[in-house]
Design a protein around this ligand. Structure first.
Ligand code: SF4
Length: 299
């Protein structure tokens, strides 16, 4: 993990980050590339660029060049580092996905085939109350453009249910967006007040009862699972490429790795031969957002 920026200027009404971490500050591209080179020299093959709104990196500090934002310039520079084979970034903001970044997925093959794209709500009225500057339609169109640029890409999201003022109809709009987009996975959060945020000051009458939040949470989770789990099942019998990270958290005797699309794969292997390496695994089983398989051969 390489931190590329601190802070956030977006001021989503549910979030404390702008008040605790301050405004956006990006590190110079050359510094970041030096750090990535040092990691690559130690044998690291995958880097994850970190920032609160990572794809808006440097927007107030560094100039665009040839129509490319500072973030895309950074991706291109990291892509050049010998030894680095996979590049990820998190967490992006939907409004940071301009044409230059979407295009980057077509010509930077080291960019992993996964984007985490926090939608937060599928209701325009709630997005406005959250101070998220996009609509459900714009978000859906963005996902379509990303999938057109990289057809094998996995798209995951974060969503909050029970935000103050969320009616049943607003929730159903979120549900419909999930049915339309068919995310590869989603983190579903029940809204809870965070002291010091604008949302915590919203009128008491707009607060959604805990029972309703819980029902929406369970309903949306069931929908996410019904869409995402069959995607895992569909990989049984296929080969995937993984980067082996080390022993499995649930069974030390096995190893675990991740696909470019960020799916976890557990397999029997050798720590000496496999850890830190990228290679193919034939999937034999899928269960509960985990794939199981056997290594095919070392890359
Ligand atoms: S949710 Fe993300 S974009 Fe919004 S204020 Fe917090 S850190 Fe910034």
């Amino acid at each position: 993990f390489v931190s590329i920026m601190q802070g956030c200027n977006m001021k989503c009404t549910f979030c404390i980050v702008p008040y605790t971490r301050g405004g956006e500050r990006g590190r110079p591209i050359a510094d970041i590339v030096e750090e990535v080179k040092r990691l690559a020299d130690r044998g690291v093959k995958e880097v994850t660029l970190l920032g609160q709104i990572v794809n808006l990196y440097g927007r107030h500090e560094f100039p665009a060049e040839d129509g490319k934002s500072p973030f895309v310039q950074l991706l291109e520079a990291v892509h050049e580092v010998p030894g680095i084979q996979r590049i990820r970034f998190t967490s992006p903001h939907p409004i940071g996905y301009k044409k230059d970044l979407i295009d980057a997925f077509t010509y930077l093959p080291k960019l992993a085939e996964h984007v985490h794209l926090p939608v937060q709500s599928g209701s325009d009225a709630i997005l406005k109350r959250m101070h998220r500057p996009y609509t459900a339609a714009k978000f859906t169109e963005l996902v379509q453009r990303i999938r057109a640029a990289r057809p094998d890409i996995a798209v995951t999201t974060d969503v909050i249910v029970g935000f103050p003022g969320e009616t049943e109809e607003h929730y159903l709009e979120t549900r419909r967006l999930f049915e339309d987009i068919r995310f590869d996975n989603a983190f579903v959060f029940r809204y809870s007040k965070r002291r010091g945020t604008p949302a915590a000051e919203m009128e008491e009458a707009t607060q959604v009862p805990e029972r309703v939040k819980e029902e929406r949470n369970q309903d949306l989770l069931a929908l996410v699972n019904s869409i995402a789990l069959p995607m895992y099942d569909a990989l049984v019998g296929k080969e995937v490429e993984i980067l082996c990270e080390g022993p499995s958290k649930t069974n030390e005797a096995r190893l675990t790795g991740r696909t470019g699309s960020n799916r976890i794969v557990v397999f029997e292997g050798s720590r000496d031969r496999h850890v830190g390496e990228i290679f193919r695994v034939r999937i034999t089983e899928a269960a509960n957002f985990t794939l199981f398989g056997d290594p095919v051969l070392l890359a």
